[in-house]
Design a protein around this ligand. Structure first.
Ligand SMILES: N[C@@H](CCC(=O)N[C@@H](CS)C(=O)NCC(=O)O)C(=O)O
Length: 220
């Protein structure tokens, strides 16, 4: 059976977890505590960058959440989470990549930086641009790829939920706000969303891992 190495608090792992559940794929969960277990030699063989998520399917190991989602789509095509029509597919891929490359790094600044700091203010401006882009990409559709759920909704929804949990109000973006509510009504999302305490744990663990990375980099 497919093995899924994850931690519920990790947004990258939650992307894949939601993909597995939405596609109703059977899997064996392997919970990583990220308290050093990700640095053990056995795990480093699976992922030399000591990250979750990882999946191992019939002995084939895959890292990187977006690559895993694409693999799951190709291997388990029903229900389809990628549209075939070229413009719809392009919208899905753009939204996934904008979320990963433009939204997520700035979301981290918004969650962790002081509200008056230049980094926070710059992040807020950038995120407003991202939200305008998402609104335009959604257009009149219910989801990013059309009227059914896609991989973009899984990725963007999981990333945006970090901001919503930390108090960001989507009220200035009504289409995005309606889309987010639609997602959060799904059973899979209700079963996988972090509660307030788990979100605080995520912030604590994230801070510890970042400090370790800075310490290691300063030794180089
Ligand atoms: N680009 C990777 C990033 C994965 C990642 O950053 N995972 C974090 C949790 S969200 C992690 O495992 N951190 C543990 C560590 O760095 O030691 C992906 O999309 O899968």
């Amino acid at each position: 059976m497919l093995k899924f190495y994850y931690n519920k608090r990790s947004p990258m792992a939650r992307r894949v977890w939601r993909g597995l559940l939405e596609k109703q794929i059977d899997f064996e969960p392997v919970v990583m505590n990220l308290n050093g277990d990700q640095m053990q030699p056995d795990y480093l063989e699976l992922n030399p960058f000591h990250h979750v998520p990882v999946i191992v399917d019939n002995g084939f190991r895959i890292i990187e959440s977006l690559a895993i989602l694409d693999y799951l789509e190709a291997k388990y095509p029903v229900p389809a989470l990628l549209p075939k029509e070229p413009t719809a597919l392009a919208k899905v891929k753009m939204a996934q990549l904008v979320s990963s490359n433009e939204l997520l790094p700035k979301a981290i600044s918004l969650i962790f930086e002081d509200k008056d700091s230049p980094k926070y203010i710059q992040a807020q401006e950038h995120i407003n641009n991202v939200f305008k882009f998402f609104t335009a990409t959604l257009g009149k559709s219910l989801y990013f790829g059309g009227d059914t759920l896609s991989l973009a909704d899984i990725v963007v929804g999981t990333d945006i939920s970090l901001l919503v949990k930390s108090g960001f109000n989507l009220g200035d973006y009504p289409k995005l706000s309606d889309w987010y509510e639609r997602l959060m009504q799904r059973e899979v999302w209700q079963n996988t969303e972090l509660n307030a305490e788990e979100f605080e744990q995520f912030k604590r663990v994230f801070t510890i891992i970042q400090r370790k990375k800075i310490k290691q980099a300063s030794k180089l």
